[in-house]
Design a protein around this ligand. Structure first.
Ligand code: IMP
Length: 431
């Protein structure tokens, strides 16, 4: 039987999943994306080069790895073609990539609607990436969306496009946005179909075949983070999919019994892009220092990320929901040089002590973090490869996170490169 590993973001996205996925993708036979779309920005660095991926799985740099964009994704064919072109321009031409015929397809009007919905929200802007992610998922569940497999049948695609345009043009007109003509969209999408068509197939069959094969290593690459989950996150300041390990089942067509090894990627501190409550957020000089040192600016939008201390309330909650077996503690080196480091252990809300996030934004906004303070360390740790060689204060910080979350730290990342990774977990070392 195969070995499987699910890598998920456990905070508000941007935890460093790109690096971790790439780290395991070097050894994986298959890498599967199962939710989200080009709202993700996965940064992968190796051999002194840095690449940014949006929709394409992080295994694309290894010619041996089969990369799958699963049915739970929203796929923008225009942006996939552009992303592939960028990789080609940088010499990445030898890869295997398949796209699910069941994946929802982002259409040109979706990003326009994303922007329009946002501007109608007045003060309560979600701060979406404006890639049309929410509107594409909405159309999928309203059952008026188009899917990648439709591109393989031009007559069927034309029929679905006509039906969608009837509804969407009415909506666009109501919102004062330009309408779309059938022919221009049809012609362009047929051009895109000519490029991507050979990659579109039933990917669930492909994945399940690999699952049954002895010795195969399959990596499921989550995008965004658990606190942006449409069900469990800080709703409505969330994305429109489920970045949890449970998303693998629906979004890749994999039975729950195969989801058995979950790695929760967490920054050693916290960041968030876009709006929404963020209990441990910092507004002082330390936030500025961490933002600059950690290059905390969005990969997709370039927006400065909001910065805060590690939130063990969030970590415990996401650890429980996603069944996290190990943490990958990222950007640990960024904390070097700070005198004191804080960890949030609980929230105080209207005189009550909470150990899990409340469901409403109104309550979460009132939550005050309860902090413990840990000693910082001054040493540069970017060259450390053995956990025991970390400064005592750094080791104590890692052990405290394990204690507070009751989940072991399986990986400590001390820099962006593949080599700057300390692996503590035996099972992760074996994968
Ligand atoms: P959407 O996914 O574009 O609809 O945006 C919804 C929320 O999720 C916004 O706050 C975005 O900033 C956030 N978001 C979406 N994708 C990512 C990501 O990959 N990293 C971090 N935040 C994200």
């Amino acid at each position: 039987m195969s070995e499987r590993l699910v890598v998920i973001g456990s905070q508000w996205g941007d935890e460093g999943k790109g690096k971790i996925t790439d780290y395991f993708a070097c050894r994986a036979d298959m890498v599967v994306r199962y939710q989200g779309g080009n709202n993700a920005g996965h940064t992968v660095a190796f051999d002194g080069n840095k690449y940014s991926l949006q929709s394409i799985p992080s295994g694309v740099f290894n010619p041996r790895t089969v990369n799958v964009m699963g049915n739970g994704m929203v796929v923008n064919p225009e942006s996939v073609v552009a992303e592939l072109q960028k990789l080609h321009d940088r010499g990445i031409t030898d890869y295997q990539l398949y796209i699910s015929d069941r994946a929802a397809m982002v259409m040109p009007w979706h990003s326009a609607l994303d922007g329009a919905y946002e501007s109608q929200k007045g003060g309560a802007l979600i701060g979406t990436t404006k890639k049309g992610i929410g509107p594409t998922y909405s159309d999928k569940y309203a059952r008026i969306g188009l899917r990648m497999g439709d591109l393989l049948e031009p007559e069927y695609f034309a029929e679905r496009l006509r039906a969608a345009l009837e509804v969407k043009n009415m909506e666009l007109e109501m919102l004062g946005l330009p309408k779309y003509g059938f022919q221009e969209v049809y012609d362009r999408y047929m051009e895109l179909a000519a490029i991507l068509g050979p990659r579109i197939c039933d990917t669930s069959a492909l994945i399940n075949e690999a699952i049954r094969e002895p010795g195969k290593k399959i990596l499921f690459e989550g995008a965004q983070g658990m606190m942006l989950c449409c069900d469990h996150g800080t709703y409505p300041f969330v994305t429109s999919s489920s970045p949890s390990s449970s998303g693998v089942c629906v979004g890749a067509g994999v039975a729950p019994k195969w989801v058995d090894n979950v790695l929760g990627v967490a920054k050693a501190y916290c960041t968030r892009v876009g709006s929404g409550p963020f209990p441990t957020e910092l507004h002082d000089e330390i936030a500025h220092e961490i933002r600059e040192r950690g290059h905390e600016y969005g990969t997709v939008t370039g927006r400065p990320r909001r910065v805060g201390w590690f939130d063990a309330v969030v970590a415990r909650y996401t650890g429980m929901l996603a069944g996290i077996d190990n943490w990958a503690l990222m950007l640990f080196d960024v904390l070097s040089g700070l005198d004191k480091i804080k960890i949030c252990t609980a929230y105080e809300c209207d005189g009550e002590v909470l150990t899990a996030p409340p469901s409403t934004i109104s309550r979460l906004e009132k939550c005050k973090p309860v902090f413990i303070e840990m000693e910082g360390w001054k040493e540069d740790i970017t060259g450390v490869r053995d956990f025991e060689e970390l400064p005592e204060a750094a080791k104590a910080y890692v052990r405290k996170i394990e204690e507070l979350t009751e989940i072991p730290v399986g990986i400590v990342s001390v820099g962006p490169d593949r080599t700057q990774t300390i692996t503590l977990s035996e099972s992760l070392r074996r994968f």
